[in-house]
Design a protein around this ligand. Sequence first.
Ligand SMILES: *[C@@H]1O[C@H](CO)[C@@H](O)[C@H](O)[C@H]1NC(C)=O
Ligand SMILES: *[C@@H]1O[C@H](CO)[C@@H](O)[C@H](O)[C@H]1NC(C)=O
Ligand SMILES: *[C@@H]1O[C@H](CO)[C@@H](O)[C@H](O)[C@H]1NC(C)=O
Ligand SMILES: *[C@@H]1O[C@H](CO)[C@@H](O)[C@H](O)[C@H]1NC(C)=O
Ligand SMILES: *[C@@H]1O[C@H](CO)[C@@H](O)[C@H](O)[C@H]1NC(C)=O
Ligand SMILES: [Zn+2]
Length: 438
Amino acid sequence: MKFLGKPGSQTAAFQLLCWLFLKILQSGYCHPYNNHYAGDKLIRLIPRSKEQANALKKIYHQLQVDLWQPSSISCLSEETVTDVRIPQNASRTLLAFLQEAHIQYTILIEDLQKALENGSSLQTQRKRRSPSEYNYEVYHSLEEIQSWMHHLNKTQSGLIRMFSIGRSYEGRPLFVLKLGRKSRAYKRAVWIDCGIHAREWIGPAFCQWFVREALLTYKTDPAMRKMLNHLYFYIMPVFNVDGYHFSWTHDRFWRKTRSRNSRFRCRGVDANRNWKVKWCDEGASVHPCDDTYCGPFPESEPEVKAVANFLRKQGKRITAYLSFHAYAQMLLYPYSYKYATIPNFSCVEYAAYKAVKALRSVHGVQYRYGPASQTLYISSGNSMDWAYKNGIPYAFAFELRDTGHFGFLLPEMLIKPTCTETMLAVKNITVHLLKKCP
Ligand SMILES: *[C@@H]1O[C@H](CO)[C@@H](O)[C@H](O)[C@H]1NC(C)=O
Ligand SMILES: *[C@@H]1O[C@H](CO)[C@@H](O)[C@H](O)[C@H]1NC(C)=O
Ligand SMILES: *[C@@H]1O[C@H](CO)[C@@H](O)[C@H](O)[C@H]1NC(C)=O
Ligand SMILES: *[C@@H]1O[C@H](CO)[C@@H](O)[C@H](O)[C@H]1NC(C)=O
Ligand SMILES: *[C@@H]1O[C@H](CO)[C@@H](O)[C@H](O)[C@H]1NC(C)=O
Ligand SMILES: [Zn+2]
């Protein structure tokens, strides 16, 4: 037993090991994202005058805050509610400044690290289940979502076909599900995408929920059967695959794509400002480090180009475009880039009115609806305006729950109520498509 050394030193070595192990645990090893958001706060501010708005713009820029709502500083004016994430080391500076300038604020989330560990099962052991009892009430990583799609393609071949429309910047396939009863006859189609913005995790969760509900209720619900018999649904559960993956592995609050820039170190383009419709005008940024960077040219992002090409190729077959975002609780339609209503406005408005009413009937949750420019803010180069301009008459963008209490960190417990109510809204819009517009 010589090689084990003296019993005393053996114990000491063991204690040292234990201590090291504990230190590793405490130092964030067991916290997702390396405990990076410890002490970060989410703060809501409302500037009450032009001076206050301008002062806020300046300090946001200086402190490099992460704007959650609205998404760009340029949208910020008097009476605009803004939600910002402020890093721990800058929060004291900001709070002191706000008190000095008499700007009202509320702290929505005291500690973002705690909030993100609380609201999700990232931390706890994720239950491994067989694919047939897939858990739709947790957020899923990109790998999990893709294997779910492969599984459906194998087991639900009567209603589902999976294909790829191209590759992302980092080379990942851009998968789409085609859902609907196969038919030789000409069928119109609805396009649905989720996850254009990486950190809005409720989006992909809804796309998955939609597919599940369609499969579950096809046989029993006459409205669903009619939808799947008369239409195809093209569903892209994760549009911005690289960004979504990055939001799981590195930065929970990443929004953009992951493309590189030749002149700046900042990566990524806002995939909802990169479309060829009033590209890079109001509500988009020319600076690569901004979260609303429009990119070097329209469709510079391979993800945007792939979807635009697919929709162009489908032509008139696609009669509705639905895009899922978070958060604000709104149902938006064109225009986004200007204050004006679209021609045949009343049909679209009526569909939105019915959808919002249907949504509210489930849990009483209120959505605002209207043209995006007036209801949310002006933004140019986004997918909804592009779809509309390219001949898709019904173009909508959903901003799902909530209104800032959890923001992007919507707890998994709220996936089910959010998706249930949204499902009813989507069905109402779709049924509306099958009728003649009044
Ligand atoms: C806060 O920390 C980050 C890096 O963790 C650093 O880049 C930044 O300059 C710091 N900000 C302040 C105001 O100290
Ligand atoms: C933790 O999560 C629960 C339920 O999801 C929520 O009610 C509670 O407010 C959360 N607490 C914090 C500190 O975020
Ligand atoms: C989906 O299934 C079909 C038929 O089984 C197959 O040809 C196709 O390659 C599958 N799609 C993907 C993306 O694997
Ligand atoms: C508006 O409605 C009319 C009649 O329903 C239709 O012919 C026309 O194409 C529509 N215009 C647009 C831009 O959707
Ligand atoms: C549309 O919404 C109403 C409630 O406003 C609801 O009763 C109806 O079932 C919905 N239709 C569909 C097809 O989901
Ligand atoms: Zn979004």
